[in-house]
Design a protein around this ligand. Structure first.
Ligand code: UD1
Length: 371
């Protein structure tokens, strides 16, 4: 069975690495699964793309659609047009998309309309917040997905509630955690470690890139000041996403104690997380990594599509209320932060389970909806 593996943005690269490695292992053992890696080009900067391929041992993409940046419609439309051309010239048997970015939705729609069934890795997550572009991408992708590969009981329940039959849900675990566990021993300090004189447990990490957190410069500056009030002079290390960098450039002088650094490669970023006092973020995936690393995590959003990072893990939902932020930072300093538990099947084997399921799908029939 020929599989297109779609990846477009930084978190996608982290999620596909273990799937590719598991498919390659099955090929060596005689499976006739084969894959074509399609990079949509949504993320194109070296720091958001090629360093991840190198560090995570992901082979060079077979195809790069090179769509680049644009509005949501421009980016999604450009991916659809170029992926459709690819499928017309060189079809495949199954399109495997991951996560919730524009590339995920664009390729799922295109494949399905070309008569190619779709598998979605990290299916079933829901924040119930339709202001997030990622939530629209999740809902629309799952509505036209044939095979749902899930990370949590919450995702399984969401899919069942929306009428997905049991036999199309594969509860496989979390490929982002596969990558983290596989690379634990390789994590290494970034340049800023020595330059800033960082000490384990004596600095904070901050990441913010969501439109709701960074697009309004006033909101961005207010959040930075509120955080710096609660971090008691410890360094606040801030790997800055390109979207945020553009906004920061208009925010005037940066507050004292804030240390902006470029987006970090995978091994360096997770080294910083692993040794931080706490992480403050508006990301989704980072809350999962913090849970597995056992690091206190303050999520600057009001909702999460990953509730097990709160109910089981080390994340607290803070939103943008300065009082909640101040209280949470006080809890960090008084070590009043339960260590958390690891969610079911976040055990480093999700990629293996996905590849095994793909072999079963290849044997038993490609399209359960038509069957
Ligand atoms: C995208 C995903 C988001 C994910 C994030 C991880 C969607 C809707 N959003 O958001 O879910 O958490 O990636 O990073 O798909 N840019 C560069 N270099 C690049 C890529 C982008 O400078 O390599 C700039 C672009 O000019 C653009 C901005 O960053 O204006 C945002 O990029 P985009 O891919 O549109 O969305 P992200 O905010 O990165």
């Amino acid at each position: 069975m020929r599989i297109d593996i779609i990846a477009g943005a930084r978190p996608n690269f982290v999620k596909i690495a273990p799937i590719i490695h598991a498919i390659e292992a099955r090929q060596s053992a005689g499976s006739d699964l084969s894959y074509r890696l399609v990079h949509t080009g949504q993320h194109y900067s070296d720091s958001l793309s090629s360093t991840f391929f190198e560090q995570l041992d992901i082979p060079a993409p077979h195809v790069n659609l090179a769509v680049g940046s644009g509005t949501h419609a421009e980016q999604t439309g450009a991916i659809m047009i170029r992926y459709e051309q690819l499928l017309q010239q060189a079809p495949t048997d199954l399109c495997l998309v991951v996560g919730d970015v524009n590339s995920t939705l664009a390729c799922a729609i295109t494949a399905q309309k070309c008569g190619i069934p779709v598998g979605h890795v990290e299916s079933g997550l829901r924040s119930a917040d339709w202001r997030m572009p990622e939530e629209i991408n999740r809902l629309a992708t799952d509505a036209i997905t044939n095979w749902h590969f899930t990370t949590s009981a919450f995702a399984n329940a969401n899919l069942r509630r929306s009428g997905v039959p049991e036999e199309r849900i594969f509860f496989v675990g979390n490929t982002m955690i596969d990558t983290l566990l596989a690379n634990q021993a390789r994590l290494r300090p970034p340049n800023c470690w020595r330059e800033l004189g960082l000490q384990p447990g004596h600095y904070f990490i901050l990441t913010m890139h969501r439109p709701a957190s960074v697009d309004d410069t006033g909101v961005l500056a207010g959040t930075l000041h509120a955080i710096l009030e609660g971090t008691r002079g410890l360094p606040l290390v801030f790997p800055v996403h390109p979207r945020t960098a553009r906004r920061l450039a208009h925010a005037g002088a940066l507050p004292e104690g804030l240390h902006p650094i470029p987006p970090q490669p995978y091994l360096e970023f997770n080294y910083l997380v692993k040794h931080a006092k706490a992480i403050i973020t508006d990301s989704g995936g980072i809350t999962e990594e913090a849970t597995v690393l056992g690091i206190p995590c303050l999520n600057l959003r009001e909702t999460t599509e990953r509730p097990e990072t709160v109910s089981l893990g080390t994340t607290r939902l803070i939103g943008r209320d300065p009082a909640r932020l101040a209280q949470a930072l006080t809890n960090v300093f008084s070590s009043d932060w339960p260590p958390g538990q690891i969610p079911e099947k976040w055990d480093g084997k999700a990629g293996l389970r996905i590849a095994a399921a793909l072999d079963v799908i290849a044997r038993t029939g490609l399209n359960p909806i038509q069957a």
